[in-house]
Design a protein around this ligand. Structure first.
Ligand SMILES: *[C@@H]1O[C@H](CO)[C@@H](O)[C@H](O)[C@H]1NC(C)=O
Ligand SMILES: *[C@@H]1O[C@H](CO)[C@@H](O)[C@H](O)[C@H]1NC(C)=O
Length: 111
């Protein structure tokens, strides 16, 4: 079941873009800490996107701001989320269901 869910999630990522989110550090992130996330893009990508934080399990989402694609990096403070497994998504600013890029799972530890 878990495998089916992750496959579906991958399929939802639009193939018609070059936006790639960098993986957070292998050591993970800490809740409420200020982090920097980078990405790679091409001129054909949308000019801006919304960065979302998704939980691995309960389907909870957290808004990490709108970002200019050309910036290639963003620094922001993580919300006080519960420790656990998360991934990031870059989505359409006006249609959060349109996912352009996702990272693999990474851990967020307690603040
Ligand atoms: C983002 O979503 C809106 C609303 O669905 C749509 O009109 C727009 O074309 C989408 N943007 C891109 C770059 O696909
Ligand atoms: C993430 O946390 C889980 C549960 O504590 C642990 O088993 C796993 O090794 C951790 N992953 C990484 C990349 O640290």
């Amino acid at each position: 079941m878990k495998l089916i869910f992750s496959s579906l999630f991958v399929l939802l990522v639009s193939a018609a873009n070059a936006l790639v989110l960098d993986a957070p550090p292998a050591s993970g992130w800490k809740a409420k800490e200020t982090v920097t996330e980078g990405w790679q893009s091409s001129a054909a990508d949308p000019p801006s996107f919304t960065l979302m934080l998704y939980t691995g399990t309960a389907g909870e989402t957290f808004f990490l701001g709108n970002h200019q694609t050309a910036d290639d990096t963003a620094t922001f403070t993580l919300p006080g989320v519960s420790p656990g497994s998360y991934h990031l998504g870059a989505v359409n600013t006006t249609n959060l269901n349109q996912v352009w890029a996702v990272t693999g799972q990474f851990n967020i530890t307690a603040a």
